[in-house]
Design a protein around this ligand. Structure first.
Ligand code: DGL
Length: 259
């Protein structure tokens, strides 16, 4: 039993989509979320830069005495998690695009994956894709500019619609029946995507799987918070605090950080 917080970080506000899944599965767990929005997007940075930022974020969360770290960012996971696991003693949970369920269930034998350049060019992503994509057409699309718009609070904008329409075109042409959201910012695009995609296309992400894995790992390490008290969920951002508050529907405490 441990009342220490779960630490969660992302390049920005996207990882709050993962926080929401974790909070639903583990409502009594205290959490500390760090949005490194000042340095977003990570997806266009080099692997060395992503590793350096992931170290900085991890150390901030460890200074707050976190018992486990969730890397709520596909780009940081695919580029830096093995480095983090080799460096620190706490358990790490990462997030990777849900290629496996899409590849196993596709009927049209064509799946789309929307992710950052950093994720799509990583060795870890290719390893997973190669493992499951035999005989399946995988249309990989870099979501250039999407993270920036979400970080600016322009999720529901004409600029976003225009980017999405360009990015979905080759996927629709290939007759995909699964779209994998390979970035934790992208679940916030669900209303737009549902409007733009034919009804039979299933949109999947890894949020719930990450929350279940977090619970399993806490259990394994006897680190679950078994107290029935209301949890304390704290959010820090070194960027635009208002956008973070809005995405959290003003339900949680958000603090600005010079970081
Ligand atoms: N939320 C991050 C991810 O899952 C966005 C990366 C970025 O900042 O480019 O990949």
């Amino acid at each position: 039993m441990s009342t220490q917080a779960i630490g969660i970080f992302d390049s920005g506000i996207g990882g709050t989509s993962i926080f929401k899944e974790i909070h639903a599965v583990l409502p009594h767990e205290n959490t500390i979320y760090l949005a490194d929005s000042k340095n977003a997007p990570y997806g266009i940075k080099s692997q060395d830069e992503i590793i350096a930022l992931s170290i900085k974020n991890t150390e901030f969360l460890l200074e707050q005495n976190c018992k486990l770290i969730v890397v709520a960012c596909n780009t940081a996971t695919t580029n830096a998690i093995s480095h983090l696991r080799n460096t620190y003693d706490v358990p790490f949970i990462g997030i990777e695009p849900a290629i496996k369920p899409a590849a196993l269930n596709t009927q049209s034998k064509a799946i789309g994956i929307l992710a950052t350049k950093g994720t799509l060019s990583s060795t870890l992503f290719h390893k997973t894709t190669d493992l499951y994509s035999n005989g399946i057409h995988v249309i990989e699309q870099v979501g250039k500019g999407i993270v920036e718009l979400i970080e600016e609070g322009k999720t529901n904008s004409e600029a976003m619609k225009s980017l999405l329409s360009d990015y979905l075109k080759p996927m629709l042409k290939a007759n995909i029946d699964y779209l994998v959201l390979g970035c934790t910012h992208y679940p916030y695009l669900m209303p737009q995507l549902l409007e733009m995609l034919p009804k039979h296309v299933k949109i999947i992400d890894s949020g719930l799987a990450v929350a279940k894995q977090t619970k399993a790992v806490l259990e394994q390490h006897s680190l679950l918070n078994t107290s029935m008290k209301m949890s304390n969920n704290m959010f820090y951002s070194n960027g635009n605090v208002t956008v973070l508050k809005t995405i959290l529907e003003n339900k949680f405490t958000v603090k600005g950080l010079d970081f």
